[in-house]
Design a protein around this ligand. Structure first.
Ligand code: EPU
Length: 422
């Protein structure tokens, strides 16, 4: 396992280009199962999760070519419907093959995604919605086994606007007989991006991006081309790193309309934010002020921003209260920040952060993608060299993270683990 070393003290300066959104590209790749023939998805980030998705689709019989951010996905043949355990365990997002496999083949066997470092993450909303569409689902030997002679439209109200449940239901409904409505649907930009791709394939979808989505099933879908939306979480990561280091960073390709509340928090922290043809510029000239925030489904502040904003505030002036409403286990990583001298107390789904003038470098572990990014931000404002292990979590979600950091003036390097052969 690789380790990343971050020298503290640099002020991030310059321009950085955000990649395509992981949480869009993965679903676009999975949706390609729906149309026999070759679809093309552009702006696919070169990260491990997308490679794992490619492997999984090949396992089903698709031919996948991933090169330079372009995925060519030939779904002429789909001969297997089992998402194997070893791949699902590497990437919980694998659950999004359930909807398209059912729509294409009428059957799917997906290894049950386990809990992970950010909470229990059940799949009851996926299951309940699909059952309403006529799918029989059972759990068998650690697999979700789903079968339907025919998918039919249904009226579904989600208890909670789950992102991947909304996406799975949408991908199943595009081939169901009749009309499906999903109420209390996820409104994330990545979900709307998926809907746009499905529409390009011939699907009939209205309301994507709002909390009611209506889908009229069609008899066939055809291959399409689509460019994945820019990664708002990556854009926010650079913006928060600019604030923490009192830097001046222009984020190219960012979509500020997807970051409204997040940017308003940075402005409250003291950042000067402007948008021009060059991109989204974030400039911070003095120590940030502490700002309270609450995570919520979109358009609220994304839970994925929580560790990043919290790390940014570890050295802010004042005390902030953070409430995590989406994943119950998403404060685990704060133990790592505490090792670096951060003053953070957590109680249930609240955290209190009292800003300290400086953190101190320590060996720490990245527990998940965003926790990894948070530790990098902390490392940038710590005295000494922070050593982050389990960095493969960061690599699952961020393309060329170290290179981009270096270009912004940070001193980072990676130690690759040498595997000794017997
Ligand atoms: N939930 C249920 N039942 C379900 C599904 C979800 O109770 O059937 C609960 C979850 O336990 C959680 C909440 O609903 O408390 C939200 O979960 P959601 O289903 O919306 O999350 P997800 O679809 O599993 C996606 C992203 C996450 C992101 C969340 C929230 C993908 C592949 N993943 O996960 O991204 O944090 O939405 O915005 O789209 C990441 O990129 O690092 C990441 C974790």
């Amino acid at each position: 396992m690789d380790r990343l070393f971050v020298t503290g003290g640099a002020r991030l300066e310059g321009s950085v280009r955000v990649s395509g959104a992981k949480n869009s590209a993965l679903k676009l790749m999975a949706a390609s199962l729906l149309a026999p023939g070759t679809s093309v998805v552009r702006n696919v980030p070169r990260i491990r999760d997308c490679a794992v998705m490619g492997e999984m689709l090949e396992y089903f019989g698709m031919r996948v070519r991933l090169k330079d951010g372009v995925a060519e996905l030939d779904a002429s043949e789909v001969h297997d419907v089992e998402a194997p355990d070893e791949l699902v365990r590497q990437m919980r997002a694998s659950i999004v093959v359930l909807g398209p496999l059912l729509a294409r083949c009428g059957r799917a066997r997906v290894s049950m995604p386990g809990g992970d470092e950010i909470g229990a993450r059940p799949v009851d909303l996926h299951v309940g919605g699909l059952e309403r569409m006529g799918v029989a689902i059972r759990s068998e030997h650690g697999f979700l086994v789903a079968e339907a002679d025919e998918l039919h439209g249904a009226s579904i109200t989600l208890d909670y606007p789950s992102v991947t449940a909304t996406e799975n239901l949408m991908m199943a409904a595009v081939r169901a007989k009749g009309i499906t409505t999903i109420d209390n649907a996820a409104r994330e930009p990545e979900t709307a991006d998926l809907a746009a791709y499905l529409v390009a394939m011939g699907a009939r979808i209205e309301g994507a991006g709002s909390s009611t989505i209506a889908i009229e099933g069609v008899d066939e879908l055809v291959p399409a081309e689509h460019t994945a939306v820019a990664d708002r979480i990556e854009a926010g990561t650079w913006a928060a790193a600019a604030v923490a280091t009192q830097g001046d960073v222009t984020v190219q390709n960012a979509r500020p309309e997807h970051l409204e509340l997040f940017l308003s928090k940075l402005a409250d922290a003291g950042a000067d934010i402007s948008m021009s043809d060059a991109g989204l510029r974030i400039r911070q000239v003095s120590r940030a002020h502490a700002v309270d925030f609450v995570t919520l489904p979109y358009p609220g502040i994304a839970t994925d921003f929580q560790p990043i904003l919290l790390a940014m505030q570890a050295t802010a002036e004042g005390t902030a209260i953070v409430t995590e409403n989406v994943f119950e286990g998403r404060f685990l990583y704060t133990g790592e920040l505490r090792r670096m001298g951060a003053d953070i107390r957590t109680e249930g789904h609240h955290a209190v952060i009292r800003g300290v003038p400086r953190l101190s470098a320590a060996p720490v572990r990245a527990l998940d993608i965003r926790a990894g990014a948070a530790l990098v931000i902390a490392g940038l404002v710590a005295d000494g060299v922070t050593e982050i292990s389990d960095i493969e979590h960061l690599d699952r979600g961020y393309e060329d993270f170290d290179t981009k950091l270096e270009r912004l003036g940070a001193e980072v390097w990676r130690e690759r683990e040498l595997v000794t052969l017997p």
